[in-house]
Design a protein around this ligand. Sequence first.
Ligand code: 13P
Length: 248
Amino acid sequence: MKKKYIFGNWKMSVDSALIHGFVAKFAQRRDLPNIEFGLAVPFVYLDNVVCSIDSSNCLIGAQNVCEYQKGAYTGEISAEMLADIGAKFCLVGHSERRHIFNESNLSINHKIINLLDKDIIPLLCIGETLQEYEQCTTKAVLAKQLEECLQGIDADKLKRLMVAYEPVWAIGTGKTATTKEIADCVDFTKDTLHSILGDVQIPVLYGGSVNDKNAGEILSIDVVDGALIGGASLDVDKFLAIADKVLD
Ligand code: 13P
């Protein structure tokens, strides 16, 4: 059976008590050999979670990284610091960072370069806004995000890249794209990656209101390599139920 990635993005929605309960129950999960889990953890809890979750099939990562490498950047966290505490991946270009914090494709490009330099997997998020969706410009938006975010980076280095297609209008709204739309956009993303990077297999996940009810249908789409889950990743039972759908 094909491997699927089940990644959670805890955003700014957890505290120590929630994490404690999550970690305890997550440790008792049944063996799911064809699933690679991942959890994107807020910086302040990252070190703790890296130390308390068995990393054999769960990557622990960050939700953001500084675009600069080192130096006088008060309040920022560098790729080197993430590597130092054992983070294995890092989200970049999440729509909340693009739209609330005005993150540009150029700064995302710098972040990817810094992460790869420290052997941390960048999980690049791309996706169109509702307005872009309604104007039928989704594919042009995805192509521009991929091209500008990956510009000038050696294809060989990008072998470890992961991508998540997350339509902005589906994030936290309870709306999901149809299976046809998801398949079409993930396929397009893979074709675009192919034209930029050549013959490299990059996993492409879907994100946007994935839950234990709709995960079976979404994860059964052949081109979809997994899911990036926000709200439903806060509840360990729901998160594990989503992973179980891969086996159904
Ligand atoms: P929701 O699953 O809450 O829609 O969030 C998706 C997301 O933003 C994952 O990065």
